[in-house]
Design a protein around this ligand. Structure first.
Ligand SMILES: *Cc1c(COP(=O)(O)O)cnc(C)c1O
Length: 440
C-alpha cells in the first residue's frame, strides 16, 4: 500500500496519519471513520498556487468542492487562498455558512434552478458558469429584475476526449454539459451573452474529464479553446478576460497509478496558453483551474473494522467490513480501484488474497476485488487509502446506515469536522402517519 503525505508506520506497527495512530482514532471515534491528512491537503493547495505564481499569469485556483464539501474544508481552502466551485444551493450554503468569501465562489451546473440562481445573486457570488441557453436567458432576466449585472463564464465542450473512464469524460461533443463548439452552439452562446444587458461575459470554461494522467488532453483543450477564441474575436470582436481549463488532474489510487505533480499540469497549461494565444494574437487571459480530487483525494483514508469472512474453496475469500457502498460508492458506481492494509498490523506479511465486501444488501457492494492482507481477524482495522474525493461526498443512507464521522488530523491532533450520524438523524425527516383511520 502506498503511504501518502504524513502517513507512516509507527513503532507499534500501526498506520499513523498526521501524527495520530489510526488504531487510537478508531477507539476514540469508532468506525467506519474518514481520516483526512490536513498537512497533505495544504501541500496540494500550495503546489497549485505556487506553480501559478511562478508562471506570471493572473490566476484563480478554484477547489471543486463537490469532491468533498464540508464547512471545515471550505475554511481550509479559504485560508490557502483558493477560490471555490459549487454546483448546487447546498454546496453554496455550506460555503457561505463556513464564511467563504462570496466573490471567490463560482457556480456550476447544467440545470440551476431559479431558487439557486436567486440565492447566488443574493450572496453576490463571483461568477456563474453558464451551461446552456435556458440558463443564460434565466440569469439575464433574474439579474435584470434586480437591476444587476451577473458575471458569466460559458462552459464550452471543445470536443476533447480525455483518456479516462467513459462515464467521467465530459469534454467530448456528446455530453450533457456545456455549449458545443463543433456545431457552433458555443459561438451563438457568446453572441447571446454579449447581447444580454444584464450579463457580463468574462470568458470561457472547459473541463475535459477526471483522473487524467497525461498533459496531452489539456494541451489539446488549450489549442481548441484558443482556436475558438480566435474565431470569436474575428466574428464578434470579443476577447476573454478569463479562460478556465477545469480540473481532472489525476491522483494515485493504487501503487500502479503514476499521476503528474500539480505543478506539472500547471506548467503544461500555462506555457501552452502563452504559445497558442500569442501565436493567434489574442491577449493573454487570466487563467483559472478547478482541481477537486487532486486537492483532497489522496489525503483521505477510510478506517473500517473487519467482521465476517466467507471462504469459497478454490474460488474466493470475502472479508466483510462495517461500511461499504454507503461510505464509498465509487467502486460500485464506476469500478474504481483502491488499495488497503490492516492498520493495526502494518509490518506483517500480506499473503492472504481476499476481496473486501461491504455490509449492504447488494452483491455489487464490494470495496476491493483481490487485495493481499495478513490473515485478518474480526476486530482488525482495515485502512483504505485515497478515499478523500467523492467518498464522503457521495455517501448515503442506503439500508439506513448512518454516515461515518470525519476527522482532520495534524501534528498528533485529531479534530472532528463532521459528526457521525445518529439513529435520530436517520429518522429525523420521517413522520409517522397521524390519520386515525389507519386500518388494523
Ligand atoms: C468535477 C469537476 C471538477 C473537478 O474534477 P476532479 O476530477 O475532481 O479534479 C472540476 N470542474 C468541473 C466543472 C467539474 O465538474
Amino acid at each position: 500500500m502506498y503511504l501518502h503525505g504524513t502517513s507512516r508506520i509507527n513503532e507499534k506497527g500501526h498506520l499513523e496519519i498526521g501524527g495520530c495512530d489510526t488504531v487510537n482514532l478508531v477507539e476514540e471515534f469508532q468506525s467506519p471513520l474518514y481520516v483526512y491528512d490536513e498537512e497533505l491537503i495544504r501541500r496540494k493547495c500550495r503546489a497549485f498556487i505556487n506553480a501559478f505564481r511562478d508562471s506570471g499569469f493572473s490566476f484563480q485556483v478554484a477547489y471543486a468542492s463537490k469532491a468533498f464539501c464540508t464547512m471545515a474544508m471550505c475554511q481550509l481552502v479559504e485560508e490557502e487562498g483558493m477560490s471555490l466551485d459549487v454546483v448546487s444551493a447546498g454546496e453554496l450554503y455550506t460555503a457561505l455558512q463556513a464564511g467563504f468569501p462570496a466573490d471567490r465562489i463560482h457556480f456550476h451546473g447544467n440545470n440551476k434552478s431559479i431558487e439557486e440562481i436567486e440565492m447566488a445573486l443574493d450572496a453576490k457570488i463571483g461568477c456563474f458558469v453558464a451551461d446552456n441557453f435556458y440558463e443564460l436567458e434565466l440569469l439575464n432576466q433574474l439579474a435584470m429584475e434586480r437591476g444587476e449585472v451577473a458575471k458569466v463564464l460559458l462552459r464550452i465542450t471543445p470536443g476533447v476526449e480525455a483518456h479516462t473512464h467513459e462515464y467521467i469524460s465530459t469534454g467530448q461533443q456528446d455530453s450533457k454539459f456545456g455549449f458545443d463548439v463543433i456545431s457552433d452552439q458555443a459561438l451563438r452562446a457568446i453572441q447571446t451573452s454579449l447581447a444580454a444587458d444584464s450579463l457580463e461575459l468574462l470568458g470561457v470554461h472547459c473541463h475535459i474529464g477526471s483522473q487524467i494522467f497525461e498533459t496531452d488532453g489539456f494541451l489539446m483543450a488549450v489549442e481548441r479553446v484558443a482556436a475558438f477564441l480566435q474565431e470569436v474575436k474575428e466574428k464578434t470582436g470579443f476577447t476573454c478576460t478569463v479562460a478556465n481549463f477545469g480540473g481532472g488532474f489525476g491522483i494515485r489510487y493504487t501503487e500502479g497509478d503514476t499521476p503528474l505533480q500539480p505543478e506539472d499540469y500547471v506548467k503544461a497549461i500555462t506555457s501552452k496558453v502563452r504559445e497558442e494565444f500569442t501565436k493567434r494574437d489574442i491577449p493573454l487571459p487570466e487563467l483559472w483551474i478547478e482541481p477537486g480530487s487532486s486537492v483532497i483525494g489522496d489525503a483521505g483514508t477510510t478506517l473500517y473494522r473487519v467482521g465476517s469472512t466467507k471462504e469459497i474453496p478454490g474460488v474466493r475469500k470475502y472479508l466483510a467490513v462495517d461500511g461499504g457502498m454507503t461510505d464509498n460508492l465509487r467502486p460500485a458506481l464506476y469500478q474504481a480501484v483502491y488499495e488497503a492494509a490492516l492498520a493495526n498490523r502494518m509490518n506483517e506479511a500480506a499473503d492472504d488474497l481476499v476481496s473486501i465486501a461491504g455490509k449492504c444488501c447488494e452483491s455489487g457492494d464490494m470495496l476491493i476485488w483481490d487485495v493481499k492482507l495478513p490473515v485478518a481477524r474480526p476486530g482488525d482495522i482495515l485502512a483504505v487509502t485515497s478515499t478523500g474525493a467523492y467518498g464522503y461526498a457521495m455517501s448515503n443512507n442506503y439500508n439506513r446506515i448512518a454516515r461515518p464521522a470525519v476527522v482532520f488530523v495534524r501534528d498528533g491532533e485529531a479534530e472532528i469536522v463532521v459528526e457521525r450520524e445518529t439513529y435520530a438523524d436517520i429518522v429525523k425527516n420521517d413522520r409517522v402517519i397521524k390519520r386515525a383511520s389507519l386500518q388494523r
